[in-house]
Design a protein around this ligand. Sequence first.
Ligand code: WQD
Length: 353
Amino acid sequence: MKKVIVTGGTGFIGSHTVVELLQRGYDVVVADDLSNSKASVIDRIAEITGEKPILEIIDLSDRTACLRFFKMHSDADAVIHFAAAKAVGESVLHPLHYYRNNLDSLLYVLEGMEKAGCRKLVYSSSCTVYGQPEHLPVTEDTPRQPATCPYANTKRVSEDILADVVHGYEAGKQKGTLEADYKPWKILALRYFNPIGAHPSALIGELPNGVPNNLMPYITQTAAGLRPCLQVFGDDYDTPDGTPIRDYIHVCDLADAHVAAMEYMDKGGFEGMDYFNLGAGHGYSVLEVIQSFERSTGQKLNYKIAGRREGDIEQIWADASKANRLLGWKAKRSLDEMTLSAWKWQESLSKTI
Ligand code: WQD
């Protein structure tokens, strides 16, 4: 059984990926500081899969703790590094926290992996690296643009750090300075588009802290009566209905992609670094998401058109054909499945987690 370290494994995408890994026979160790999640998620994962992953409560931006953790789990085959702070607005207010938390932890994870001789990494990157692209859909070769907020910048800089690590390895190999049994670095940066939805069991899902920033949890909380009204941020964009367009992807499809990425890194011939867009390959407007929610759940949503949100881009969606070609992965679940599963999760939240 291959052992995989999943950092941030109690978070939204992390927990769904842990479920998928356990169901595919991987042995999972979760490292999480629980700063934006709950330890009880581990019990929910166990309820779904019948397997309880180990949880190590650890702040990976604490170098000593992080290196100790990797020493303890030096038999791990691979790492999936989700752990990071991810709120755009918060990152503008607290840039130093974001740089320290997201970048220090990456450096220490890489150092821990280097020392443990475990050099297979799946990294959570983001479509924010593309900014507002000139041509749609975006491929992995679409030029990256300067980040619009510290959060997005941590993703961009992280990709650069990873590329440098791989470059250092390749240079060492060329110069013949590596030990004979040095395992090659294999790194995949997965650029997520807009993950929404929840596991069909409604036992795990997104647990936003306080007032949600993102569209889907705001919709479900409004329908549940926790918020009075959803504000649609702008209907004067150059899109068919005037509202911005995003590529929404079901979190379970995203979880599947991580297993496909793990399998890909095990295929003969792959070493170094590669990038994959993980989106459904369709763009939906804010109003289309609202219509899908109302259709799939039968709930009427209270919403009104408001002004644009600062920093929002107009439209983006992915060309995910590279992931299909090389990873054999494709997003399968529809927008209605996404909105319905998000609603079922919201309904289940009245039961305590
Ligand atoms: C979607 C659309 C809003 C809330 C997110 C992350 C970002 C990156 C990509 C990972 C936009 C509109 C929203 C509301 C609204 N992910 N909206 N009313 O901005 O695309 O970015 O996914 O790295 O980090 O933040 O997602 O869900 O906030 O917004 O009208 O109350 O919904 O204007 O058009 P976004 P989002």
